[in-house]
Design a protein around this ligand. Structure first.
Ligand code: SAM
Length: 310
């Protein structure tokens, strides 16, 4: 019994020490700008640290105070708020940064998710850093990362495109520019345009391009559709509910095709490997190592094998 209590006491002390040393629940510092992530749906996703910072700062700058107030009420926080959105960010900047320079601490929040990710705050953060103010992140939810994490598509490299242009001609032009992009593509989209955007993606990127449509993540009607653009298109046509809510589209990048440099390097590797192993094995190694399509490498390996045999 005594040993059990002692173990627990040691565990509690070491937890507190680790927590403090790792920057855990420490008090808000004066003269700092905190960039605080809030939930993208499920209020349970607010972090302990975000709650503490929002409780302790002198004031909060919110994209839309009417959207942030219910969250603060849910957390039992009553705090002075000012609105800062894309139309007034630059005008409000001097006043806000003046208060922080004078020693007040402030939290910047957006309507949902991480501020500055397709949300206001860029000009404020840039100017704060230019003035030598410490800008400290309080990380949490972002729809971009949440969707990527469940997409089953490559996440080692990706390109965040945010919202495509609202006008159809400009949207198609942007998709054409992205046609040969080989890394995973991530887009935000609203319910007003999701059907048109998926139509355009099918037309330009191709029906069979692997993709997922992540809808209403962390909320009651969370849905993840896939596995390609044609399937997403069909699901949107047959069920009107699937085009309601908020969306992230994650689309596989284009197949990498071999450049002249790649071809020369693949040839050298294939020649070395063909002396030691079968065409199939050499193909597997070279396509995996160079991240090039297996069929292209296989054709080239057969060609080289034939030339070697003659
Ligand atoms: N700052 C936010 C973030 O970190 O994700 C994004 C803000 S942006 C104005 C809003 C867009 O994010 C929505 O139109 C939608 O594309 C995406 N989004 C936000 N919440 C989402 C959710 N719960 N499920 C799917 N997409 C969401």
């Amino acid at each position: 019994m005594f040993l059990f209590q002692l173990n627990n006491a040691v565990r509690t002390v070491s937890f507190h020490i680790k927590y403090q040393f790792s920057g855990g629940l420490v008090s808000v510092k004066p003269g700092l700008l905190y960039v605080v992530a809030t939930p993208i749906g499920n209020l349970g996703d607010i972090s302990l640290r975000a709650q503490q910072i929002l409780t302790e700062v002198d004031f909060i700058a919110a994209e839309d105070t009417r959207r942030t107030r219910p969250l603060l009420q849910h957390l039992g926080i009553s705090k002075t708020m000012i609105a800062i959105h894309e139309h007034n960010e630059r005008q409000r900047m001097d006043d806000i940064l003046g208060r922080i320079q004078a020693g007040e601490s402030m939290a910047l929040v957006s309507d949902a998710g991480t501020p500055l990710i397709s949300d206001p705050g860029y000009h404020l953060v840039r100017e704060a850093r230019a003035q030598g103010i410490i800008v400290s992140p309080v990380p949490g939810a972002s729809a971009l990362v949440a969707a990527l994490s469940v997409s089953g598509l490559p996440t080692d490299h990706f390109r965040f495109e945010g919202f495509l242009p609202p006008k159809r001609s400009a949207r198609k032009a942007r998709l054409l520019e992205l046609l040969h992009e080989t890394v995973t593509l991530v887009f935000y989209e609203s319910s007003h345009r999701i059907i048109e955007t998926v139509d355009d993606m099918c037309e330009i990127l191709g029906n069979d391009r692997e993709a997922i449509l992540a809808r209403e993540l962390t909320k009651m009607y969370e849905t993840v559709l896939g596995p390609n653009l044609a399937d997403i298109h069909t699901a949107l046509q047959v069920d009107a509910n699937q085009s309601r809510g908020e969306f992230v589209l994650v689309v596989r990048g284009a197949e990498k095709s071999a450049s002249d440099n790649d071809t020369a390097q693949a040839d050298r590797l294939l020649q070395l490997l063909l002396a030691e192993m079968s065409v199939k094995s050499a193909t597997r190694v070279v396509s995996a190592y160079m991240e090039l399509p297996k069929n292209e490498i296989y054709r080239r390996a057969l060609q080289l094998q034939q030339e070697n045999d003659n």
